[in-house]
Design a binder for this molecule. Structure first.
Ligand SMILES: [Zn+2]
Length: 465
């Protein structure tokens, strides 16, 4: 292992930079590799393959409140919206942005739609203008989800880059090494054997979904039965990519049992061990360690042992990671092309993301900023609207307003939300049509609901960034 820091792609020692292992626009939780040269193997990758993927996933990052720290806005994506029976094609960054100072042209080019101020400037004959109250309109949006992006070369190269740079970072790899010849060639030029396949086992996705937060990225490293170094990268929990980083474990890489979860609220969970066996025996010794437990109640003559609060929180994660890796090592029917199985899996996972609202600080602050800006009109609810996310956030603001509290923090927010939604401690907020209808009715059936929403929004505004 050379002493000096050098690029893991080409070996040069000059002009090194910190590479974002997962592109900045695709995660709120940054991970980096410092041994990547600036121009050739950091900046260029963005044009070569990352930007196409980032653009294609804009709808997903938008739904998950993930955005680049460099950019001011969330990524925009194309959508079709139907307003009062007319279809318009729009580029959206949020639900609110449809009307933001722009002029929409209907798909059949017969209608234009905009705010009154804007239209006064561009329309010569006022009789041609019809007034619509946005608050009482039914706005339906249609997003076409194109699954091709999950199977294209740009995605495979980006996923290879994530796997390779992370494996190297966690093993302190510096400089170019022959052991990584194939993956380096594939990432930098697209030549060589594609090291990526996609896991298409629906049962495994279901198991994974239960243990990992919605919208998280996660990584697993292990040695396959054929000795190859496997890195499995789960992209937003939508697709799991298996990347063969090397044909056998390089002598200078010790850590070959690893797991990382990167959540949308920017928190993370990490496990680093040398091998499956080492991880397993570590977990067993933690279980056997009496210091980790206190004696609980005696039931039927058996003393129940309870985990101490101080017990290393990561230990609880071991059974999931050990099981996951055991399954991943035993599965050999991966795909690289579109088929019925993988299509169903991807659509199920994308649906999960759009159906569940993620309640965290960044998301609710973003919502308040968009809807409760300086000088806005009192908010009226559209009785026919079917926007689950909007209704959900309004309902939370309503609950905050009703509670009368003046300041809020993360746990306060979770508590208010959970009691308002009558949920248990670890339940995810999944909103179906019925739940949404109930929430909307509770709000509109309260006389001064606009004021209550305003109060709730003020509490969120006061919450420091
Ligand atoms: Zn380089």
């Amino acid at each position: 292992m050379p002493e000096k820091a050098a690029c893991i792609y080409c070996g040069i020692e000059a002009d090194l930079s910190e590479s974002d292992i997962i592109p900045d626009a695709l995660t709120n939780a940054r991970i980096t590799n410092k041994n990547v040269c600036k121009t050739e193997h950091n900046n260029k990758f963005s044009d070569l393959f990352e930007s196409k993927v980032i653009k294609a996933l804009a709808f997903i990052t938008n739904e998950l409140d993930v955005k680049s720290k460099k950019g001011k806005n969330y990524a925009s994506y194309p959508a079709k919206v139907e307003i009062a029976g007319v279809e318009y094609e729009v580029s959206k960054t949020s639900d609110r942005s449809i009307f933001d100072g722009r002029v929409l042209k209907s798909t059949d080019k017969k209608y234009m739609m905009s705010s009154l101020d804007n239209l006064k400037r561009i329309v010569k004959n006022p009789e041609e203008v019809e007034f619509l109250d946005v608050n009482s309109l039914m706005i339906e949006q249609k997003i076409s989800i194109n699954l091709d992006i999950y199977f294209c070369e740009e995605m495979f190269r980006m996923v290879s880059k994530v796997a390779f740079e992370w494996y190297c970072a966690k093993n302190g790899v510096s400089g170019y090494h022959q052991e990584f010849e194939n993956i380096v060639s594939y990432i930098t030029t697209g030549q060589g054997k594609n090291p990526v396949t996609i896991i298409q086992n629906a049962e495994l996705y279901k198991f994974y979904e239960k243990h990992v937060d919605l919208g998280s990225h996660s990584l697993f490293v292990f040695q396959g039965k054929d000795n190859k170094v496997n890195v499995v990268f789960s992209l937003f929990g939508i697709a799991m990519y298996r990347v063969i980083v090397a044909d056998k474990i390089p002598a200078f890489c010790r850590n070959n049992f690893m797991h990382l979860e990167l959540r949308t609220d920017s928190s993370r969970k990490e496990i680093i061990k040398e091998s499956y066996e080492q991880a397993k025996s570590f977990f067993e010794s933690e279980l056997a360690n009496k210091d980790n437990f206190v004696e609980g109640p005696i039931v039927n003559g058996v003393t129940l042992m309870l985990g101490k609060q101080t017990m290393n929180a990561d230990v609880i994660r071991y059974p999931f990671v050990l099981d996951m890796i055991k399954c991943l090592a035993g599965i050999h029917d991966d795909t690289v092309v579109f088929n019925k199985e993988i299509k169903d899996i991807l659509l199920h996972n994308i649906n999960n993301i759009t159906q569940a609202s993620l309640l965290h600080k960044k998301a609710i602050k973003r919502f308040v900023k968009e809807y409760f800006y300086e000088g806005h009109e009192p908010l009226k609810l559209n009785p026919f609207s079917t926007n689950k996310k909007t209704t959900f956030f309004l309902y939370i603001l309503f609950a905050i307003g009703v509670s009368g509290i003046e300041t809020i923090d993360d746990s306060g927010l979770q508590e208010i939300a959970k009691s308002a939604l009558c949920l248990g401690a670890d339940t995810e907020f999944v909103i179906n049509n019925e739940v949404e209808k109930n929430m909307r009715e509770i709000i509109v059936n309260t006389d001064n609901y606009s004021e209550i929403l305003e109060k709730g929004a003020d509490v969120i505004k006061e919450w420091k960034e």
